[in-house]
Each structure stands twice: as C-alpha cells, then as structure tokens.
Ligand binder design. Structure first.
Ligand code: ATP
Length: 358
C-alpha cells in the first residue's frame, strides 16, 4: 500500500488557467479520500497530476515516499478509472480485463488466474465474451472496476465513476465500492461533485473550490463544523439558511439581528458586537404553533412532502427560511414560531467567510 503526499502543488495550463493552486495534502496508505467540489474546481486535474498524465507547474508529489518526478506514469503503481470508463469498444470483456496485464507481458495462464476471481466477485462471469456496447451502464462500470482490480495497483484513482449511472444503480454501486475498498484496502482517491456520494463514501473528504483546498476532514467534521461558509453551503439538502446581520448587545443581553429576524443569544454566548453571518441548517429549527419566548415569527408558504419528512418554506418580512420536520400537521398560510438549536448553529465572518467559533 502506498501513501500519497502532495506538497504545495500547482498547475497552470498554457492558456493561463490556474487549475490547481498551492495544494498540500497527505493521503494515508489504504485510505479512501474523496475530492469534492463544484464543476471546474480542479479535481480531475489533481488526479491527472498524481497519475502523471499532466506535468506539475510547481510543488512536488511523493508516492509511497518516493518523489514522483522520477517515476513514469506506468511505474507509479496506480490506475485511473474515468467517468466514461474508457473501455476498448472492439475488445471483449475478457480482453478488456486482460489488456493491462498483456501489455506487461504477463503469461496467459496467470492472466486467467487473476481474471476469474475478479469477474466472479463483480458478477461478470457470464459476460466475458461480450463487447462493451452489449453491456448496460452498470455492467460497463463493473468492467472498468474489474480492470483495475485485475491489475491490482496500490493506488486507485476514480474520476466520477458513478456519474453515468441512474440513481438506483449509483446507490448500489456506492455500496459495492465501499465493500471493495474494505476487502482490498487500497489507497483510493475518488472524485465527485455529488455531496451525498462524498459523505457516504469518504473516510475523509477534501473540499475544493477554485483550485484550492477549503477544508479536509471526516464527513462529520465537514457537516457539523464547516470551516468556511462555502463548505456549509455545499453540504446539506435543502441548503443551510444563511443570514447576514450583526450581534448587538443591550444591557448585557446579546442578540443577532438582521431586520426582521431578532434572536437573543444564549447567556453563555461569547460573541461580541460585530457584523456576522449566521447559518442554521433546515433540520436545526424547532417549529412551534404558539410563540415561545424569543422566537422568529414566520408564515408557512409551501410544504414539500418527502414522505418521511416535510420541507417547510417560511417567509418573514425580509427573509426566506427553510426548515425540516418529521411532523405532519402543517398548514400553508399559517403563522408559526421558529427557534434554532443553538448548539448546532454556525457563525461566519462577513469578510473572510471563515468560521467564527463561539
Ligand atoms: P468537473 O467536475 O466539471 O470535471 P473538475 O473539478 O474536475 O471539473 P478540472 O477538469 O480539473 O475541474 O478543471 C479545472 C480548471 O482547469 C477548469 O477551469 C478547466 O476549464 C481548466 N482546464 C482543464 N483542463 C484544461 C486544459 N487542458 N487547458 C486549459 N484549461 C483546462
């Protein structure tokens, strides 16, 4: 197993595009790390730099402790699975699976010994003589994974491998990928722009935006303690409610205000007077029928029924508020009273957009 160490790496394309900027990251041997961020933030470029398919503009990469600059792509003991799987259309599944080993002059007998267990593992035994265009999307995806497992490199680089599959197949392939990682324990870098995929697959997530790392952490750290407004907004569906406003203090009582919303802070809050942005996730509101002391009064405008939960769209005079509830008895047009779970709210500096700890 190999670790990957990125030290201050950057990539500027000839047209001047800064795709990756000053990225430093340690990926532990055997770890499943997800690179996640919006389209164009540099995820694929980072993967290609690690694979040796693109040249670094600055910085250095170590693979298994060795400087990658001295390693040709074929000597990096890694394999990359692309979004479109890159199968050879005129080769059978068997020949697609054996291609990498044949290129390395591995004997036919050994190739067969490697292909049989992998094809059994992935349910491909009956399909070995078919061509890729005679397979479903999910089957093609499994062939691409099979090709990787047959070669069995130390590092698996997966670039949005599930994005061509329908929702059900994505979910079942997610489970399959997690199980495969458990069995094979390979160092895995998985690229996605899908927050659910990232949260459910990654042991750690590396959140990127505009070529830079914004936060690295476990799914729980990323969701519960976003270090940056961008991370808070990127994760969570429906998205977090964000209110720009300020902390004011009157006679030792502090409250957050932004016009129509005025919420007193708990007594133990150590936020002093300042401009600030308050983030409250939809699930972190309690919705009351009668006004408790200190609540936000809002009119229910729309209900989205997800079966097990209701997404409630409220409006105050100036703000829209989204809340989530497992209760069912809500009426559009009625006034309700909302209180936040104070131990779960998030504060962000207005200028730097970084988390302000309470
Ligand atoms: P997506 O999720 O859409 O695949 P990504 O996060 O993987 O996006 P990259 O493909 O790494 O993003 O692209 C990062 C930036 O670099 C983008 O602005 C892209 O347009 C640019 N880029 C990528 N390849 C090249 C290239 N060969 N020449 C110039 N710019 C490029």
């Amino acid at each position: 197993m190999s670790s990957i160490s990125l030290h201050n790496i950057s990539k500027v394309f000839p047209d001047g595009t800064q795709a990756v900027q000053e990225i430093s990251l340690e990926i532990r041997a055997g770890e499943f790390l997800v690179l996640v961020g919006p389209s164009g933030c540099g995820k694929s470029t980072l993967l290609r730099l690690i694979a040796g398919l693109d040249e670094l503009t600055g910085g250095s990469i170590k693979i298994g402790g060795e400087n990658a600059a001295s390693l040709l792509p074929k000597d990096r003991d890694l394999a990359l699975v692309f979004q479109n799987y890159a199968l050879f259309p005129n080769l059978s599944v068997y020949d697609n699976l054996s291609f990498g080993l044949k290129a390395r002059k591995v004997s036919k007998v050994i190739i067969k010994e490697k292909i049989i267990p992998v094809s059994q593992r992935l349910g491909l035994e009956e399909l070995l003589q078919r061509k890729p265009d005679e397979l479903s999307g999910g089957q093609r995806q499994r062939v691409a994974l099979g090709r990787l497992l047959v070669r069995n490199p130390s590092i698996h680089l997966l670039d949005e491998p599930l994005s061509n599959l329908d929702a059900n197949l994505r979910t079942s392939m997610r489970h399959e990928l997690a199980k495969l990682h458990n069995e094979y324990q390979k160092t895995t870098l998985f690229v996605t722009h899908d927050q659910v995929e990232a949260m459910t697959l990654g042991q750690r997530l590396c959140v990127m935006n505009q070529g830079r790392i914004i936060q690295v952490g476990t799914p729980t750290e990323i969701y519960d303690f976003p270090e940056h407004r961008f991370v808070a907004e990127f994760f969570g569906s429906p998205p977090i409610n964000l209110f720009k406003g300020e902390i004011q203090s009157v006679q030792n009582n502090s409250f957050f205000t932004n016009g129509s919303i005025q919420i007193p802070l708990p007594k133990d809050s150590d936020l002093s007077e300042r401009e600030i942005e308050l983030g409250i996730r939809p699930e972190d509101w309690t919705v009351h029928n009668e006004a408790p002391s200190h609540s936000v009064s809002a009119t229910l405008q729309r209900i989205e029924n997800l079966g097990d939960t209701r997404i409630l769209h409220f409006a105050t005079q100036e703000n829209a508020i989204i809340a989530k509830s497992e209760l069912r008895e809500f009426q559009v047009g009625r006034q309700y009273f909302l209180t936040p779970h104070w131990n779960r709210v998030h504060w962000f500096d207005l200028q730097t957009e970084k988390r302000v700890l309470r």
